[in-house]
Structure formats: C-alpha cells, structure tokens
Ligand binder design. Sequence first.
Ligand code: PBG
Length: 327
Amino acid sequence: MNLINRPRRLRRTDEVRRLCRETRLSSDSLIWPIFVDEALSGVRPIESLPGQNHYGLDSVTQAVEESLAHGVTHGVLFGLPRHKDACGSSAWAEDGVIQQAVRTIKAAYPHFHVITDVCMCEYTDHGHCGILCGEEVDNDKTLEVLSKTALSHVMAGADMVAPSDMMDGRIAAIRETLDSHGFAMTPIMAYSAKYASAFYGPFRSAAGSAPAFGDRRGYQMDPHNRREALKECALDVSEGADILMVKPALSYLDVIRECWDAFDLPLCAYSVSGEYAMIKAASAAGLVDEYRVMCETALSIFRAGADMLITYYAKELSDAIRRGDIG
Ligand code: PBG
C-alpha cells in the first residue's frame, strides 16, 4: 500500500497523542457552583443533584475547603434565603444569605475567587427573575433591584458578579451602579446567551426557584435562535461586560463556537444541572461510564470554544486533569 498520509501515526501512543492534543484543559478554568441555605445548619445532600450539597452559613467554608482540596479556586454562589417576598428584598439585604456567605468565605479564604449569581428568582415568592407587573416581569423596575443586589454582593467582598436574569440593559445598569460606588474594577460576568431551557429542572428544585406560574420564555432566549445569541453578546459587550457566557452548554455547542469566534472577551460556558443529572442518572442505571462521559462532555465544551466552565463536576474534572486523563 503506498499511503503517504496516515493520520494514525499521531494516534499510536499515549505520548504522541498528548503531544498533538488541540484542546488543553486546566483546573484554573473550572468554576464550582455552591448552594448556601440560610435556614440550614450543617450540610445537606441535594436530592435532585446527586453528589452536591446545600451548605449552611456555618459550614460554607467547608465547601471552599473541599473545592480547594481538589485544586478548584473559583466558586459561584447561589443563595436560598429564609424569607421571600414579591420584590425579593432579601436579595440585597446587608445580612442576606449571599452577603453573609461572601463575608465568611473571604475572611477565611481571601484567595478563593468568589463569583455571585445575581438574580431575583430565589428571592421572590413568585419565583420569577424580577419584579412583576401583572403576570409579566417589568424590565426597568427589575434593573434597580438587580443593581442594588450586585452592589451588596460586591460590598460584602464578592470578586465578580454574574447576572443571570436576562433583563435588557442589566449590564449597563449594574456597571453604572458599581462604578459610582467605587467598584470600577470589579468585573461582570454576563449570562449573555441564556436560553429558556428544560435543563434547569434539577437546579430549580435545589434552589427553590421554580416559577409559581408561567415560565421564563418572556425573558430567557428561544432555543431555536442562533443569531440572537450574537445580538445578546454584542449588547453585553457594549454595556461593559467583562466575560460573556453561553448557557446551557451541551445543547448549545454551536452557539459557544460562534460567540467565541465573534467576540474577543473571555467566554464562559455553564454546564447546567440537567446535563449533570443526566450523566449521574445514566451511570446509576449502568448505561454509561460516568468518569469517561464527564471527561468527554467537558472536553467537548472547551473544544467548542469555551475559555472557562461552570460545572457541578468541577472537583472531579480537576482531579481528572491532574491525573492526565484529560487536558
Ligand atoms: C437563576 C439561575 C438559574 C440557573 C442559574 N442561575 C435557573 C433559571 O434560570 O431558571 C440554572 C443553573 C442550572 O440549571 O444548573 N436565574
């Protein structure tokens, strides 16, 4: 056989495969979601997310210690408040669950990088991501409470805020509020292309944030759309976002690729609760090898173009990277 091109030459041994890898992963680009429950003392497993826990304010440093033990130095915090009302007032309370958690974490571990999710749905009694006007979320009224909330997180010591509400103009509103209070150097990670997805189910039961009526399609993006993601990213860039995000990840790899190609900001992907729960369920049923599927799915998200990844598997992936199984 006179074959000149034999791609298999570069696949023969582990050494040559490692040399020629096109995608490199690092623990530095992993972010672990941490759920803090104001009414809890200690640690309680989350039923809808096997392997994940709710942490009480008395044990939130334990979450950080677990994370650091696996080499994961970035966390994104989600709060379950004791009190909910129509406008979500505990979202920006000085002694709110996230504000307390951030202060506790930063006092004990100043180098742990704390990102806070900024949204109203965990704090409103109706479960929508903003202030209602009738049955619709009022965009401009919501901007005020989002800005107050982001500011209160940063005042408590958050290193970065990540608004996930999908209101129009929220990046500009938050940027202006932070700047006028002396926080011009605090970055905003924008959930830019956040789709109205069925993959958020396990998160909503974990965070107690399912809407009491209706759904989120009036503000989150329609999964049919690709160019709209570019529009959302462009708006966030023009409003002063520092990092863009595509969410969910696995069903939106095309969007990740396009957004990475089109913008020069760092791009985050969020591999959401349903993606994690599906792998857990399939492996519990003996259908797939959890470890290998975890590695392959994370790899696919980075290959698509993500620069960083929010994932419930952050600790396990970091271990896999350290072992050399991926990356
Ligand atoms: C808050 C928020 C949600 C998620 C992150 N921030 C839920 C939602 O929009 O309904 C989902 C994360 C996940 O599913 O892992 N708005």
